[in-house]
Design a binder for this molecule. Sequence first.
Ligand code: IVH
Length: 739
Amino acid sequence: MVERADKPIDELTEAEAEVELARLAAAIAQANIAYHQNDAPDLNDAEWDALKRRNDAIEEAFPGLVRVDSPSLTVGAPPAEGFAKVRHAVPMLSLAKAYTDQDVVDFIQRGHRFFERDKELELVFTAEPKIDGLSASLRYENGVFVQGATRGDGTVGEDITANLRTIADIPAKLAGTGWPDSIEIRGEVYMTYAEFQALKARSAAAGGQDYVNPRNTAAGSLRQKDAAVTASRNLRFFAYAWGQSSAEPADTQYDAVQKFAEWGFKVSPLMVRAKSVEELVAQYRLIEAQRSSLGYDIDGVVYKVDRLDLQQRWGFVTGEPRWAIAHKFPAEQATTVVKRIDIQVGRTGTLAPVARLAPVTVGGVVVENVTLHNEDYIKGIDSTGRSIRGDEPIDVRIGDTVVIQRAGDVIPQIVRVVLEKRPANAAPYEFPHECPICKSPATREINPKTGKEDSRRRCTGELVCAAQAVERLRHFVSRGAMDIEGLGAENIDLFFNAGLIKTAADIFTLKDRRAEVQAALGARREAQAKLREEASGKARKNVRGVEDRNYEGLEKLFNAIDARREPELDRFIFALGIRHIGETTAAVLARTFSTMEELIRVGKETAAHADDPHSVFPDVDGIGDTVIEALIDFFGNQRNDDVIEALLKQVKPKPYVLSVSADSVVAGKTVVFTGSLEKMTRSEAKAMAERHGAKVAGSVSAQTDILVAGPGAGSKLKKAEDLGVQVISEDDWFALIAK
Ligand code: IVH
């Protein structure tokens, strides 16, 4: 099965979205392990962030598909310490991706649809190599390089000015004339193969570390504390974009990049202008043919709308420009063997199978685990029973030889089972029907609407299952949730196993049980010391007993817990770990209900009217039936009442206060467009409203502030009038946003 990732989200079917969310969860989990535990990142921050953002965007579009092991529920961004933070005045974006020529056709067609009112318009694009390095933003004031930063999460990066100054391709002063007084030049820092090989050889001769691939090495080289080390790595830089600028460098992408060259930057010699899919794809093939002789890694070709005014009009979706796309080269593949299949139990009891592989390198990264998603996936069928591997479904067995690839060069997945190599004694995998942790039955729920079985098997031991309880607690303290420093997964496990915490409220009373906490920490230290002793064969001199003396660490922990007694409401709601409620939905609920008390009141009231929830629960954009049902389940359960009541004795979530940017009169307003629009397409209208800070909804409700009605408006107009919503024409709209 070759699945494509990074299709535009509004084109994903539900089944595709589900597969992709599974894949994203696995990739992010693996990246986190590589980053936090193995100290060997397999993704750079930008890539990690792009995955996370895509995950969140898909979850927002399909709230019903939020996985129990979703990265939005379980993890925070990998921390980066040591460099000062730099806020990018203009965010550093990532790019949507195309994997096939058809994806490129779709992209161009979207462009033509968006601009279809402009009859005369000829859409011209640029095509240029996608350099596989790290993006950097370089600020020039009066032609002098003053500050350089990494991309970071796109909004906040790290100040690596000193290191960037060592790169010969980055001019300390701009050459030529005509540069804006202040401009951020953006581009890619990369390492050539020659430099990479030389460094590897030097390191091997000196008995030093091994380096995985040029990109990771370039990343490591940029984050050196000592700029002399960076200098010794001979990094390179291509300029291809810009951020904040006191004046536009040119009218088109192409001309801007030519200017960069005049100002002393290296720019890709392979950039061209193209007017049709054929011309773009021809340049893609040409660049692909030269790939192996370039001397540095590229992973695709980037197409951008050439005219800047059209870029501006076409606009952005969550963190990506609509007007650009990265046409990726095909993923690399490798063959390996499935050694074991493990089952992990998530926070809401989902049994998640993971194949443990004989380690193999794919695209320069060692892959050892790959998610098997669910029971059907292992059997080789999708949720409709159709084969996903071969004409007849081919299952995955322990001992099988499999071909894996990193989709979008990032997420490992099984592409194919090599049946000729299947051992004679390999038996079909029997998916457990009981939870491996608490032994409760694990069942597949029937979706009452479709009558279909859920693809996931779930442990039914909700309250008795230690795995679920621990996962809930881990989630509660995690970064996106209550973010309690020093109380990571390890300590949660320890305190849970020692019987010190059963539910979240217990965390806040740990201080009252200081002696027991100390004993638990001391016992762990003891056990660890013993392990080390056994491993090293040396006897310890200093036996430190259960009487732990690390008061300072303990005090820090208690202080960190106390510091979170007044969390933001959205974090608190998210931390509760209600099914289907990720960060985005939690924020919507916080905005809608303002206080926890109000959410509880409406939640319980809705649960009491579960047969007609809409008679109680307001019509809120972004809250669908799946979420409402999850709220009913949660607030209709007495046991959760007790847990929340105990928790609210310890914690007082801050009421939500709306902060509206004062920039535009429509900022923060909810707008609905209806009828036929004559001056703009529907998607252009949406993009424009969003640029001015407004929210666009599909239907009129009491939450609607403005209805923009064109000719032929019908039921929405009537409803708006009934509700007393402000109704304006398309012309009024333009006048309004011009204010
Ligand atoms: S343009 C507004 N052009 O790809 C668009 N990006 O997936 C900003 N990249 O973070 C990016 N070569 O690190 C652009 N010729 C190129 C590129 C390129 C490599 C990287 C860049 C960016 C990532 C987006």
